[in-house]
Design a protein. Sequence first.
Lengths: 808, 339
Amino acid sequence: MKLSLKWLNEYVDVEEFFENPQSLGDMLTRAGLELEGIESHRDNYKNIVIGKIVEKAKHPDADKLSLCKVDVGDKVVPIVCGAKNHNQGDYVVAALPGAVLPGDFKIKKSKIRGEESCGMLCSEKELGLSDESAGIITLKKATAGQSFVDHYELNDVVFDLSVTPNRADCLSHVGLAREVSCLLGRPLKLNEPQFKTSKESTKKIVTLSLEDSGNCPRYAGRVIRGVKVGASPLWLQKKLEAVDINSINNIVDITNFVMLELGQPLHAFDLKQLGGPKVVISKSKHQEAFKTLDGTELKLTGDELVIRDSQGPIALAGVIGGVNSGVTDETQDLFLESAHFTQKTVRQTARRFGIETDSSYRFSRGTDPEGVVFAMNRACELIQTLAGGDVAEDFYDEYPKPFKKQTILVNKAFIQSKLGYEVDESEFEDWMSRLGCEVSGSAKQWKVLVPTYRWDLNESVDLVEEYARLHGYENIPEYLPEVSTEPIVKDTSFELERHVESILTTQGYMQAMNYHFINYKEQVDFLKATEPLKAVGLKTTSTPVRVKNPLNEELDSMRLSLLPGLTRNLTHNVRHGNEFGRLYEIGACFSFGADKEYQQHYNLAFMCWGQKESLWEKPASRPVVYDLKSSIENMMTQLNIKNFEWRGFDAAPDFVHPGQCSGLFCEGQLIGFIGSMHPSRLKTLKIKEDVAVAELDWERLLRRQPRVSSFAPLSKFPSVERDLAFVMPQGLASVAVTKEIKKAAGALLEDVRAFDVYRGEHIGEDEKCISFKLRYQDKKGTLNDGQIKKLQQDVINSVTTQLSVRIR
Amino acid sequence: MQKKAKLILTEAKEAFEKSPTTKLLYDLKVKYLGKQGLFSELMKGLGKLSKEDRPQVGKEVNIVKNELESAYQVRLQQLDDLEMNKKLQTEHLDLTLPGPDAPRGNQHPLTQTMQEIVGILSKIGFTVRTGPLIETDWYNFEALNIPKDHPARDMQDTFYIDDTHVLRTHTSPVQIHTMQDEKPPIRILSPGSVFRCDADVTHSPNFYQIEGLLIDKDVSMAHLKGTISFFVKQYFGTKIKTRFRPSFFPFTEPSAEVDCSCPQCNGKGCRICSHTGWIEIGGSGLVHPNVIKSAGLDSDEFTGYAFGFGVERMAMIKYGVDDIRLFNENDVRFLGQFN
C-alpha cells in the first residue's frame, strides 16, 4: 500500500514527519504495518535550488558558453552555462555541488575553459521532469534560494507499507489516518460530503433488484446527470500519480480517488448504456459470455456474482466492469455504484479468471459495510465539483440485514495471562477507545463494542493483540518457560539420520539435498521403468505423483527415486571440473500405492565418482563401486546390523551396469542395490569418470534402531591364520566360496576374507584364482597343529566337492 | 697358558677392530668367546694344571677374557652407532610432500543449521517431531485457522497435487498431528521441507523450515519472547538483540514477526540487512484458540506458543551465502566449505 504523506496530512496532523519521515515509518512498523520503503523527492533533489541570474556575460574563451552570476539565496555563485534561452533577471533551477541528477550525474565544482563554475543550470529533461526540453528552465516569478522541490511542490513523501491480510481497513488513506490518529492521539479530520441534489429520482430512472444478498449484503446506487467528462485537475492527477495510479478522466479518477481515500471501491456506469435502465445483482448464467473493459472475453460459469442490465452482465461484481457500460468521453449521465460484496465471492471470481484489480484486492480482503453510502456521497461531491452534474435526490440503498457491531467480552486477568505482565486498566480502556471501540464494564469484565471497519476483531485474543501492539511489543518481558519433566518421545528417524551422517561424513561423504520434485520426462528417461527398483527392494510404485500447478515444467513431478536428482548433481559437478565426489542423500520419495493413496517413503542413496589421485604415490585404480561397497558395509556394522550380505541378481535397473550390480540383503530381505553406472549413460552424459551408485530403503534400516552394541568376551588364547587359494570359473561369485568355507570350518573359524584375485598365466582363460585368509580361534584353548590341519582339509574337501572349484 | 690367552686377546681385539658390521662382529664373538670358542678351548687346559696353580692361572685367564668381553662391547657400541647414523641418513623423508588425502565429508549446511537449532532448543526440553510432505487441505490450512477463500491463503502460494492434497506450505501441520497424538505438556520442534510456488535469489520453491510448538497451561507472550531471545543469543551470539513486531499469521494471536540485530554488522547497517541494522528471521505468536480446538484440545485449559524460522535464511545470515540456489546444486566446492 502506497501512502502519500501530503494526502495523509489532510486527515490527521503529520506535519512534523515531512522532516523525518523515517520516524513515522518506524512507528507504523512497531504497530504492525511494516515499512518497506520511503520515496522522497526531497532526497532525490538535494542541493537543487531556485536561483536568479544577476549577471550574464560571454565566456571569455568559448563562443557557445555564457558566464552567469547566480543568486542562490545565501550567496552569489558563478555558473558556466551552454544554453541560449536565459537572460539576466530570469529565475532558473540551479544544481549546486553535491546534487545528484537522474542518471547518477553528480554535480561538482569545476573549471570550464579556465572559468570557475559552481553548479549547473538545469533543463526539465536533466531534472527528469520530461523526456525532451529545449533549453534550461526559466521562470518569471520565484524566490531565489527556495528549494526546487518546494517550488515545484514535489515535497511529498510516499511510504510503501506492507499491510497484512487482516488489516484491510488500512488499505486507504483515511484508514491509515485512523491508525495514525490512534497512535499519536490526534483527532481525525473527515468532513461529511456536501453537494446539491436535483429533483430527479434515482429510483424512478433505474429499476434495481438485489437477488443475491448473501454475496452482496449491501448495494447502493445514485444517478448523476449532465456531467462533463474531461481531464482531472492537476491536484487530483498529482495525488493519484503519487501512489502510482494513472489518470484517465475526471470520473474514473474520482472513483479511484475515493477508493484510495476511503477504501471503498466504486464503479460508475454510463446510464445511457444500461439496458432498461435496469440493474440486477445476481449469479451469472452457465456459459454466459462477458467482455471486460480491457477487452478480455470470458466464459462465465454460473458461480460468479455479476451486475446485469436487461441484456446481460455489465460487471463482474467487485472485480472489473464490462466494455460496453463504462464511462467514455461521450458519457453524460452516470449510475454510480457503491456496494459491499463478500470477500469470498470476489476472491473466487478474481482467482478463477486471474484478474486482480485494486477493487478485487480490497473486496477480497474485506471492506466496511457501513462505509458504503458515505463513499458514494463523497464521490457525488467530487463529481459535482469537478465535472458538474445534477445528483439525484434519492438513491438506492439495498441493505436487508444491517451489520451489527461485534461485542467482545474480555477481562484483565485473561489479558495478563496471555501477555505475562501487569495490565493498566485505564490504559487498556484508553487504547480501546482510541481504536474506535466503545468500552463498558470493568476490568472484571469489559464489554468492547468494535467498529465495523475492524472486522478482523472477533474474539478476546484479538483484543489482547491490539492492546499488546499499542502498548508496545518491546514492553513485553522475557521469561523462559519452566522445563517440564514429562518423558520425551524421540523421533528415531531424525536421530538415526544424524548418526548415519556422522558415519558417512567421517568416510568422506558429503550430504546432498535436492528438490523433492523433478522434471517428469527427465525422471522417466532416467528410470525407464520402476519395476527394477521394486525388484531391488525399494518401495516405489510405477505411478509418480504429479504437481497440478508446477512452477515450471522442470519441477512438475515428485521424485520416485533419489538418483535422478543425484545424477543432476553429478553432471553439474563434472561440468564444473569436480572430477571426484562422494555424495549421499537421505530423503522422501513419492508414488501412488496400490490403494491409490499417496505414498511417501524415505530412501538413502549414494553417488560416487572418480578416484583421488595422489600426487606422488601410485594412483588408486580400483573400481569406485568397491569403495562405496565398503562404506555401506562399514555403515551397516556401525548400525549394529550383523546379518547382511550381498547377492548378485539379474534384474538390474536400466541405468546400472548389468555386470556390476549387487543386491543388499539385510536379515534375509532385499533392501536395495549397489552398482556402477551404465557405460552408455556415462557416454550420453559425457562423463569419463567411473561412477558408482546405490539406493537403499532407509525405513528398513530404521528397524529396531537404535541397536545397542553387545559385549563379547575377549579370547585369552592365540588365533591362527592360514591361507587357501582356489581356482574357479570367472562367473562364480566369491561369496559362494566364503559361504562354503564358513559352513565347513564351523564355529572355530573366526574370520575369512578374500585378499588376492589372480587372472592370467598358469590358469585357464575363463578362470580366476582367489586367495582367502582364514583365521581360526578357539575361545577355550590353544589350537594345535593337528586340529588346524584337519580343519583346513575339511574346508578344501567341502569347497572342492560342493563347487566347481579346485585348490591351487 | 696366560701367554696363550694374551695372544688370543691381541688377535681377537684386532679382529674386532677390523670387523665392519655387527653381524661379522657377532661371528667373531662366537669364534673367540662362544661355548665352542677359543677361550673355552683354552679353559679346558685348566684341568691339567696343579691344584696350587689352578686358581691363580684361572683368575688371570678370566681377567683376560673379561677384557676381551669389554673390547667386544666397545666395538659393538661403535658399530651400532655407525649403523644407526647410516640408517638415519638413508631414511630421510621429504615431509613437505603432501600426505595421502584423508577422507573429508560433511553434512549439508542446511542440516548443520537445523541440527544446531535442535541442539540449542533441546536444552530447554524441545524434541523433534516430523510429518508428511503431502498434506490434506485440512491439515495444511483449515485446521490452522485458514478457511477456504480466506485472504490469508494468498500469503502462501500453494502447489496442489489434487483438489484435496497439497505439498505442505509450512511445517505447521505437524502442530496438529502432534496435538492429536500427544497429551500436553507438548514441546516439539519440527524441522523439514516445505513448498511454495516462488523462485528467485532469496526464494526457493522447496525450502526448509524449523518450527517450535509449546502447549501447556498459562503460556504467555513473555515466555515466547524469552525462548526466542534465548535461542537468538545461543545461535548468533550473546551480543545479538531480538526485536518483536506485531504481524499477522492466521494460526497465532497475538502474532509477532521476529527480527534480530544484524550479526554481520552488529546492527550498524550493512548490505546484508539493507542498512537497517535488523534482519527478519521468522514468525511467532500465541497459538490461536481455533487451532487448539481443531486439534481436539480444550482451548480454555491449554494455551501455547509457536514460532518458525526459515532454515535457508538462518544459514544465509550466519554463513553469508548470497544465492539460495546454491543449496540445491550440491556442488562439492560449495558443500565442502561448511565444517
